[in-house]
Design a protein around this ligand. Sequence first.
Ligand code: GDP
Length: 521
Amino acid sequence: EFGSDEGDEDDLAIRPPVVTVMGHVDHGKTKLLDALRDANVVDKEAGGITQHIGAYQVTTEVEGQERRITFIDTPGHEAFTSMRARGAQATDIAILVVAADDGVMPQTIEALNHAKAAEVPIVVAVNKVDKPDADPTKVRGQLTEYGLIPEEYGGDAMFVDVSAKAGTNLEGLLEAVVLTADASLDLRANPEQDAQGLVIEAHLDRGRGPVATVLVQRGTLKVGDSIVAGPAYGRVRAMLDEHGDNIEEADPSRPAMVLGLNAAPGAGQNFLVVEDDRMARQIAEKREARERAAMQAKRRVRRTLEDFMASMEKGESQELNLILKGDVSGSVEALEDALSQIDVGDEVSLRVIDRGVGAITETNVDLAAASDAIIIGFNVRPQGKATEMADKEGVEIRYYSVIYQAIDEIEAALKGMLKPEYEEVSLGQAEIREIFRSSRAGNIAGCMVTSGVIRRNAKVRVLRDGAVIQDNLDLASLRREKDDVSEVREGFECGLVLRNYQDIKIDDVVEAFEMREIPRD
Ligand code: GDP
């Protein structure tokens, strides 16, 4: 398993938290990332951060100690979500930026939901406090309603008032990040082992070839290491940091721009150091083949979906829109979180367009009708004319009282849009060397397995001079020496009997194959 073995407790050292900045558009995410880059207090002599490599590290002083923090240099939650969609989690802590003059807005809540779904602790940066109409207290009140309760109100979220523009209280924000990490996370990694981590971004540079910014998550990456990054591979020729300086090593949580790969991997793909270049190449080629197969499978699925869509009367939408209503906010959140975990690939998507606590109302039905949504009622019933209206408008309302039942049904509905696809996988071949006639069993073929494996339960076909003369047969028996066996591998002799097929000759080839369901991911 990727990154699971970190050695002994004694080998672990504290690593800096990795932070993503999220929030509503125009609330100051970019400005804040710029300001923090300049506020890199301790590291000023290093010449400042001059390169945008996709992530940077700053050093701050907390309780007399120098502490480092890594920032992912892409504002917004797209980067965060697309990484999570790949199963990668780069972020330890989310900074939720809320403009104090504007307050909580839709994307604030979206960001909050993403961080919650990922179980990442949140530090709130209440920004733009320099503005005359700034109301930081109001922001605290609004977020409290969404379950994010400030420490000063007895909750466990740190809220810090800042001005990204004026550079006010950025140290306070950095301190809050460090304190939150210390309080709720155990961020340690073994710096001694071979490095592993994630690709933050990569591109093809005219002069330097493929360059990738990686975030080291475990171990230490060194110049000269052979690495695999997604389907790319190579030997680390040089590494640059965010100051534009060459570095020899990158320790846990350190971002570094890596030169020397043969191609640019995708953001969110993992990288790891392997024994040598040959191994790197082999693993990379396997990964590439796997990705290609997954792409092909996806293309096949897409055709199936298109057929499905065409057969639907209102066939334009590939999105299942949902409106969630529940008895308490906790159940709505739990339902939404669980729904967000359903994985049905890229072709069908599930979108929660509205959620709320209380009975299903006519307003809910209205919205559902307008946006072709299904309403999920969790421990709630409709109110007033809502049912009547839903019948008239053809809006579907489903009632549940158990979360898993709701999830199972919705998942089944989504998967129902995608019929399973199978592909044939050849297992192996055997040459018929002798034929024994048995009055009881029929013709027994004495074979030599010349490649792969022959399995008792596999499908088989008979080839003569390279052409298929009979397809899709079963084995009636498979033996080695006198014993019934489940499989016989390459280089061994066996005796086999084909079910309901006797017309075999010496030198015929029996090929075993299997139909496998193509995974959808
Ligand atoms: P983003 O969309 O969240 O990345 O927001 P930006 O960083 O692009 O900021 C949006 C606008 O708000 C810009 O015009 C910034 O100059 C301004 N802004 C950001 N932070 C502050 C702040 O602390 N105070 C004031 N007055 N303006 C700010």
